[in-house]
Design a protein around this ligand. Sequence first.
Ligand code: FAD
Length: 423
Amino acid sequence: MGMIANLAPAGLTAGRDELGFREWTSARASNRIADYDLVILGGGCAGLSLAMRLAALGTRCPRTLVIEKRSSYTNDRTWCFWGESSKAVEHLIRQRWQRVTLRDGDRVVAVDCSAMPYQMITAEAFYEYALRVISESERIDLATGVVLASEPLKIGNEWRVATNQGLFSGAKVVDTRPPPPPQIGAATLWQSFYGCEIETECDIFEAGCAELMHFTPGPADQVNFNYVLPFSARRALVEATVFGVEPVGRGELEGELRDALHRRTRGVECRVLRTENGILPMGGTRPGKALDATYVKAGLSAGAGRASTGYAFQRIQRWADHCAEVLSHGGLPFDHPADPALLRALDYLFVSVIRSWPNAAPSLFLGLFEKTDTSRMIRFLSDAGTLADCAAVAAALPAGLFIREIPRAIGRKFGELAGRRGR
Ligand SMILES: Cc1cc2nc3c(=O)[nH]c(=O)nc-3n(C[C@H](O)[C@H](O)[C@H](O)COP(=O)(O)OP(=O)(O)OC[C@H]3O[C@@H](n4cnc5c(N)ncnc54)[C@H](O)[C@@H]3O)c2cc1C
């Protein structure tokens, strides 16, 4: 066992010592450099996903340190996804919706997705499970409440990672720290959202049906909609979402969320249980390849999100499955594979059309779900689409609008690439 033992994460895990977390002695306290085969920077979705798979390798697990900035984990998000889940997290699925709806004014599209339900994992369940699995491994240390003092430095064959808790070293680094704060131009579009989980006094939700997009009026250059995930007849996550060129902060979305709650509860008393918010990139350019093969970036900052949806959870799980497998054989870590060229082009054009014609977005989305066979649509959304699925999705879109957008999308892409080189 190395000099750092797992840190009992506070917050989520108060009194978690019974689960077997050990006391954490900092490297600074013992004034030595701790050596690892692998250092993972950031213990969020990507960092913990990789670490929990490595933990499952037993003695084949490389000696790993996860450095995480937060000192406690909270139920800070819900991860939803379509399609087949990675085996490592399948048992964590808390909710499956057999039907989803999209609404624009009086027009409603209801989709029966019982064959491939929309699924949800809470961050709470995910963190709790990941932390337990990691704490049971003798070969992985999780250091929470630790921040980097400077960027990792390669000296000889090892990476030196200086932190507020001392110096660590590792032969390989997987960096899952989040991307820089969102700014105009860094993504083709930003998906900003603010939501709260509520409990109402009487039954108002249909637990089997998720409201994917309920479009609402907003500024001409934005697409505004509400997203409602009912967990029971009295409990749901209600979110106000905006697609726009500018990232929109939580404060600016407060009014939208209030309206969304009012629209959905129609005055019925409700209690707010928790809130969540985020700003996800849609489109934009992937970061360039790392110069050193022993240092890779992963997670949202490494382009894990799907351009057309911003969704990243499933993609991170697939990456973690493969990356752990390669590391277990002494291989080098790797980042997220790029999507096939056709998918990239379709996604980029789609996001570009929404950016240019935000007022067309509601009918685009409703039309897509209405005209495309549900299985094809879900395979497409979950990165499992065949050529025929992509063709079916493309055929459901208004050809004129998309053809007109092509020159603008190409120009925009060149602009973004030039911007990346300039940064
Ligand atoms: C509220 C919310 C809801 C989402 N819902 C969905 C969804 O339904 N479906 C979907 O597919 N995707 C969803 N996403 C997008 C994506 O799946 C998540 O953002 C996911 O958590 C990204 O994983 P990550 O590991 O890249 O980043 P994170 O999970 O954010 O992990 C990064 C970690 O790095 C830590 N860190 C930061 N700075 C440092 C530092 N200097 N040193 C060490 N550690 C540091 C952070 O504390 C954090 O734990 C959602 C995102 C948010 C914010």
